[in-house]
Design a protein around this ligand. Structure first.
Ligand code: ZN
Length: 151
């Protein structure tokens, strides 16, 4: 896989020094996602505190999956579910672009480093693992919150 050197560095940096890694005790929902084709595994804890996302995660896997989860957690923490949904959609559309998009840096920040990965179908699932786990968790947390005291 050939990626722009700068992008490769950004990805390796997040792999070596991941953000929000280590599951916090604070969690409204916990999801566990696996990517069998590569062997990546990820657990995401999501909480909503006053409508604001608090994320933590842990996992094992390739540098792409772990770096992507780190960026996802860094980008989405502190946002509302609606704001986060827009970022997630932008990342998913970038990963489905087969290398034709470079990504909006205003929205995706460091995660534009994955633009080149979208040319490698085998690695797209690695890059999307954390984001799909968040999406799943977001749906569950909304269900839980709307049930209110009945849950
Ligand atoms: Zn992987």
């Amino acid at each position: 896989m050939q990626l722009d050197n700068l992008y490769q560095e950004v990805i390796l940096d997040h792999y070596k020094r991941p953000e929000h890694k280590g599951l916090s005790h604070l969690s409204d929902v916990q999801v566990h996602h696996v990517n069998p084709s590569c062997g990546d595994e990820l657990t995401v804890n999501l909480s909503l505190v006053d409508g604001t996302i608090v994320l933590s995660w842990d996992g094992v896997g390739c540098s792409i999956s772990m770096a992507s989860a780190s960026m996802m957690a860094g980008l989405l923490t502190g946002k509302s579910l609606q704001q986060a949904g827009e970022v997630v959609d932008a990342f998913i559309s970038l990963m489905q672009s087969k290398g034709t998009q470079s990504g909006d840096e205003e929205v995706l920040e460091d995660a534009v480093a994955f633009a080149g990965v979208s040319k490698y179908p085998a690695r797209i699932k690695c890059a999307l693992l954390g984001w799909m786990a968040f999406k799943d968790a977001a749906v569950q947390v909304q269900g839980k919150k709307s049930l209110g005291s009945e849950s």
